[in-house]
Ligand binder design. Structure first.
Ligand code: ADP
Ligand code: MG
Length: 326
């Protein structure tokens, strides 16, 4: 059931990488096990995300792209849980995309329906046309001519194409690790009818290690090892370069250990100088111990007691990189 609520936050999506992120988050929230992202080389002509999730039920369809429309908050209780069990943030992503796109089409089909419904959405997020479409259960969101009517933003975005594609690849990589059971693939379309190759598609049901082999390559992954620490209800799993990895990786490992120690000593500061490093770190936390809702993109997480996480992380890294005599 869709509820409308004003959460007091405004999210203007003008970066194609943020659009991809929001669409993938929606697919993950719909329990998709397979997500395909297609984007044109200039990142603006076409952004399309297809998933095999549960689809959008007919009663929600007229509202999904309206501002502040979300099916993920049904009660005040749920409000506290945003960023916990769902990746939603107050039903703004689709509305924001609708507002700044040349066209937005949402095609969806739920279990029990014979065909899918393709809906054309206008800038206000209203459904202006519906058609039957032949698609399996799931949802496809197709955005064309993104930020076309915002010439300045468009120019800025066109200059940042390479950067944006890199951001999207990194996003897919981290998603591939965070959700190894989900197949997330990317295809960059060079021309309109081009069918490029799919990138990143760890086998479904795999773990972070499988994802590493697929995403960063066997050469890198075979130099890595697991480290696990469990403490006070927190559990940390890392897949990172072994201390005895080959020269390049060892250099990387040392740098990593040093960088991380520095970062830990100023707990909370971002890892600095860590360029193109491969490290997978999964932190499982007790539900009420953190708030992932600090900002809409959920890149920052606020811990009630960051010391617990920092201590656990320090133990985890020290297990792989024993302190070197000074
Ligand atoms: P939010 O994710 O914060 O709820 P969005 O604007 O991203 O807001 O999406 C609005 C609503 O549209 C969601 O709450 C959900 O009900 C529906 N929706 C969007 N994308 C999908 C999808 N891929 N599969 C199923 N439902 C979706
Ligand atoms: Mg969303």
């Amino acid at each position: 059931q869709t509820t409308i609520r004003t959460l007091g936050s405004t999210q203007v999506l003008t970066d194609p990488a943020s659009v991809v992120k929001e669409l993938i988050d929606n697919a993950l929230d719909a329990h998709a096990t397979s997500i395909s992202v297609e984007i044109s080389t200039n990142t603006l002509d076409l952004i399309q995300v297809r998933d095999n999730g549960h689809g959008i039920p007919p009663e929600d369809r007229l509202l999904v792209a309206r501002p502040h429309c979300t099916s993920k908050i049904g009660s005040e209780e749920d409000l506290k849980d945003i960023g916990g069990s769902s990746l939603g943030f107050g039903g703004e992503a689709l509305a924001s995309v609708a507002e700044v796109s040349g066209s937005l089409t949402i095609s969806t089909r739920v279990e029990g329906e014979q065909v899918a419904t393709a809906m054309k959405i206008n800038r206000q997020g209203e459904v202006t046309g519906q058609d039957r479409a032949s698609l399996p259960v799931g949802t496809t969101i197709k955005v064309t001519d993104f930020i076309k009517s915002h010439p300045v933003r468009r120019q800025v975005a066109l200059k940042a194409t390479e950067k944006t594609l890199k951001k999207i690849k990194q996003l897919l990589q981290s998603d591939a690790f965070a959700r190894p059971q989900t197949r997330i693939a990317l295809r960059i379309l060079k021309a309109k009818h081009d069918k490029g190759n799919w990138m990143y598609a760890p086998k479904p049901g795999g773990n972070a290690e499988d994802a590493a082999f697929k995403v960063v390559g066997a050469a890198c992954a075979s130099q890595c090892t697991w480290s696990v620490v469990e403490e006070n209800g927190f559990s940390l799993h890392a897949f990172l370069p072994r201390a005895d990895a080959d020269t390049t990786s060892r250099g990387v490992a040392k740098q990593l250990a040093k960088t991380f120690k520095q970062a830990l000593s100023k707990a909370g500061s971002p890892l600095q100088g860590a360029k193109e490093l491969f490290i997978f770190l999964e932190i499982k936390c007790p539900p009420a111990s953190y708030d992932a809702n600090v900002e809409p993109a959920k890149d920052d997480v606020l811990f009630e007691d960051p010391e617990v996480v920092v201590t656990a992380a320090r133990r985890l890294f020290e297990a792989v990189y024993p302190a070197q005599p000074e």
